[in-house]
Design a protein around this ligand. Structure first.
Ligand code: PLP
Length: 361
């Protein structure tokens, strides 16, 4: 068996222990004689799986009782529509544009109301997080929207925006469970799980109960009403059952690793190995303002597209997969999510040093 160091931005590396456990349980889950994939989502065995997954997530993130946890489908992208459909009472919302995902969410929301971009870092290819301490927030805005960790560009909010009392909605797809968060600061925290938590196809929405409307506009599909999913404990229809089961295993793994404080420490130490190298390298350089650097996605370049391509090719041959930067920005990007072991980053830096020695003119 061969396992590579997988630096994919998503779907991404998962903890090996989780994959092994899932493999062991593939044919017979806990004496049921069947795989979780084959099991009714209304069975007692499955009810235990989803209930336990929610309980473990609540414990990890310290989610207050007045927030619902929903396991939904449609990826993070479906939330770009579901959020305005459910939250827009005044038909107004303010968006902060820090990358392509925030921009897509902003464009989608425009279909449903009067949506403004109140700050942006597009002027410098999204290489920083704008100052959000005193933004021009609409008095009638139903919410303020951010993408908290920008997967493509490698930036992260180190401080949440001052929303002047308005509800904060955050896409945390690429920083989910990477460090502790204060859930009470948000109205909605949501993310696709395929980066830090589990298989693509599941999106987790943590939403403050009072934001769930009793009634949405008539055009809103039943499947896109938060209330339907909240009232039915994420079992209105067949949920992405196997995916949720894997998420549950990752929650258990995180608890075993010491929870989110321990994860933060692990992620800071791991990212520092790569950033410290980039900061002194004569060949490679990071592309993001230091103060806004993500712990999860680390983009870097040599400044020469041919050399970048050579690096990606040789890295792949050496067992470091998926280091090519996003198709829209080029260069390289190492995504080093929770499940990437420190050893993977240490070995990558060793490889980068060797490449630098061989290629520096
Ligand atoms: C921050 C962020 N938001 C949203 C998405 C879109 O997620 P999905 O493909 O689950 O719709 C991604 C995907 O990579 C992402 O990184």
């Amino acid at each position: 068996m061969k396992r590579v160091y997988n630096f994919s931005a998503g779907p991404a590396v998962l903890p090996e222990d989780v994959l092994r456990e899932a493999a062991d349980e593939m044919l017979d889950y806990n004496g049921t004689g069947m795989s979780v994939m084959e099991m009714s989502h209304r069975s007692k065995a499955y009810e235990e799986i989803i209930t336990q997954a929610e309980a473990d997530l609540r414990e990890l993130m310290n989610i207050p009782d007045n927030y619902k946890v929903l396991f939904l489908q449609g990826g993070a992208s479906l939330q770009f529509a579901m959020i305005p459909m459910n939250l827009m009472k005044n038909k107004k919302a303010d968006y902060i544009i820090t990358g392509q995902w925030a921009k897509k969410a902003y464009k989608e929301a425009q279909k449903y109301g009067d949506v403004r971009a109140i700050a942006s870092s597009e002027d410098k290819t999204f290489s920083y997080i704008p100052d959000c301490s005193d933004l021009d927030i609409d008095e009638d805005a139903d919410y303020v929207y951010i993408c908290e960790n920008n997967t493509i560009y490698g930036t992260k909010y180190k401080e949440l925006p001052n929303t002047k009392g308005k509800t904060l909605v955050a896409d945390v797809s690429s920083c989910f469970l990477s460090e502790p968060v204060d859930v009470t600061k948000y109205g909605i925290i949501y993310g696709g799980v395929q980066k830090n938590i589990g298989p693509a196809g599941v999106v987790i929405v943590i939403i403050r109960e009072d934001l769930i409307p009793e009634k949405t506009e008539d055009y809103v599909p039943t499947m896109m009403q938060y209330k339907i999913h909240a009232d039915n404990k994420s079992l209105y229809n067949t949920p992405p059952a196997y995916g949720i089961y894997i998420c549950g295993k990752v929650f258990k793994w995180l608890k075993k690793m010491g929870g989110l404080e321990a994860m933060k420490k692990h992620n800071e130490e791991k990212a520092a190995i790569l950033y410290d190298f980039l900061d002194q390298s004569k060949l490679f350089k990071g592309t993001v303002e230091k103060k806004d650097r993500s712990l999860m996605n680390v983009p870097f370049v040599t400044g020469d597209a041919d050399l970048d391509a050579k690096f990606v090719k040789e890295a792949k041959e050496a067992g470091f997969e998926n280091l090519k930067g996003h198709r829209t920005v080029g260069g390289m990007r190492a995504s080093i999510y929770n499940a990437m072991p420190t050893e993977g980053v240490v070995k990558l830096v060793e490889f980068m040093k060797k490449f630098e020695a061989e290629n520096l003119k």
